[in-house]
Design a protein around this ligand. Structure first.
Ligand code: NAD
Length: 363
């Protein structure tokens, strides 16, 4: 099979982690006899620097013509004072919209080799395996109007949280369908005691849930869900939530399992899937070669599974990551006295070797 991939390395640690993910993708393709065609395009701060547009038309066209897109990360302090449409993050929001990627799947899985990395006690975190299903194209991140108006000292800022029934229904169906393949539990997270958007959300999710009688559905306010996430993380199966709540809870889930650098994501629903680690461009460690590439590498596994339906190949990448961690490989975010840190490239190499071993064992 020909895999035509567009890579958007982006900013900060984005290019560093994307490079390792692409190397792993090449080794999987080689091991399983697939042809791989990879092309890099600009997004975010890198695109702003090159052509003063965080998402050039050429990037959009290439992504739409590809079979899947891998993104590193966007964001750079150099553009912090730019107007919204000329910030790197505008490129990210727009590519999600251009690709129609309304469903953002963010698994948070605890690796047993990382018991010393979670801030939680092993008996609390052991067995954690949740899937956060975040609505990606609605809510306050996209709602209009949005503005900052007025004179300095008396300015007023406005954002609009907006959700239509059809937007809620389509993401709810993604969550229920996923739950059917997992432990058949959906927790819908909202703030229905305060927000109209959440009241509509709860009503629609309850209605959709009736089509899935085997799935146990529950509702929770986001503040109490945040507390439960650290108290009893193993109880979560599928978490269904809107854009901003999902953004926040998934970073928290990263902390629970040991590091944000471990978390992968798939943004699907449109004609072309977008795969990216959950973390941002991490300007504090960019350029040092110490970023954890596992979130990006596991995003490649999600790409193989969701865009190409290559379950064996996806499982091969996931077990290679697990094997590398079991052998003691740790980037600085996971390092401890007993496990000194290795570089981004060394971690990539460890996974690559494990991919080759796993692929030859399964051949
Ligand atoms: P961040 O995720 O970049 O970093 C948060 C913390 O986690 C930092 O201390 C960082 O060093 C650490 N970290 C993140 N990824 C890591 C990795 N792979 N390995 C080791 N450590 C890692 O979030 P932030 O600092 O709030 O934001 C920085 C920039 O990234 C901002 O411009 C923000 O807008 C952008 N951002 C982009 C995305 C995206 O591209 N999807 C997501 C979130 C934030």
């Amino acid at each position: 099979m020909l895999l035509k991939i567009i890579v958007l390395p982006g900013d900060g640690i984005g290019p560093e982690v994307a490079e390792q993910a692409v190397l792993v993708l090449h080794s999987v393709a080689e091991a399983f006899g697939h042809q791989l065609e990879v092309q890099n395009k600009l997004i975010g701060g890198a695109a702003l620097t090159a052509c003063n547009d965080p998402l050039p038309p050429d990037t959009i066209a290439a992504c739409l013509a590809s079979s899947a897109v891998l993104l590193g990360a966007v964001g750079s302090p150099a553009f912090d004072h730019n107007p919204s449409q000329l910030r790197p993050e505008a490129g990210l929001l727009r590519i999600r919209r251009e690709l129609g990627a309304y469903a953002n799947l963010r698994p948070a899985i605890f690796f047993s080799a990382l018991e010393d990395c979670s801030p939680l006690r092993p008996e609390i975190v052991r067995g954690t395996n949740m899937m956060i299903v975040r609505e990606l194209l609605g809510g306050a991140y996209f709602g209009q109007p949005r503005s900052i108006e007025g004179n300095p000292g008396s300015r007023v800022a406005v954002n609009t949280m907006r959700y239509g029934e059809s937007e809620i229904e389509r993401i709810a169906r993604v969550a229920f369908d996923l739950a059917m393949k997992r432990r058949r539990k959906v927790l819908s997270v909202d703030k229905a005691n305060v927000l109209e958007c959440s009241r509509l959300w709860r009503e629609v999710v309850t209605r959709v849930g009736k089509d899935y009688p085997e799935v146990k559905v529950a509702h929770q306010y986001v503040d109490s869900a945040a507390m439960l996430l650290v108290q009893r993380p193993t109880e979560f199966d599928v978490i269904l939530t809107e854009n901003m709540f999902g953004d926040i809870l998934s970073d928290q889930a990263g902390g629970v399992v040991g590091s944000l650098g471990l978390l992968a994501s798939a943004s699907i629903g449109g004609p072309v899937g977008l795969y990216e680690p959950v973390h941002g461009s991490a300007p504090d460690i960019a350029g040092k070669g110490i970023a954890n590439p596992l979130g990006a590498i596991l995003s490649v596994a999600m790409m193989l599974r969701h865009s190409f339906h290559m379950e064996r190949e996806a499982a091969c990448v996931e077990s290679a990551v697990s094997a590398a961690l079991s052998q003691g490989a740790r980037t600085s975010d996971l390092a401890s006295k007993t496990h000194p840190s290795i570089s981004t490239a060394e971690m990539g190499r460890k996974v690559l070797e494990a991919v080759r071993t796993a692929a030859s064992a399964s051949a």
